[in-house]
Design a protein around this ligand. Structure first.
Ligand SMILES: [Zn+2]
Length: 69
């Protein structure tokens, strides 16, 4: 589920990750299983992806670079 991108801030290729708030997810899951699943679906489908290291938004990132420095 992760995508490789070049992050200008990190200066290297990194993977994109969706930030999921697991505390909210677990609370919703306790409240209603359906709500928890809806939240998880929302995170996967609608939340912006970010650099897994510096949290830069995906739209600020470039296609991955494979050439050596
Ligand atoms: Zn980064």
């Amino acid at each position: 589920m992760s995508e490789l991108r070049y992050c200008p801030k990190c200066g290297k290729n990194t993977y994109l990750k969706v930030k999921i708030n697991w505390i909210i997810f677990i609370l919703l899951l306790i409240f209603t299983i359906v709500l928890g699943l809806v939240y998880l679906l929302y995170c996967v489908l609608a939340k912006p992806k970010v650099c897994e290291q510096c949290k830069t938004r995906a739209n600020a990132m470039e296609p991955p670079r494979f050439n050596a420095q």
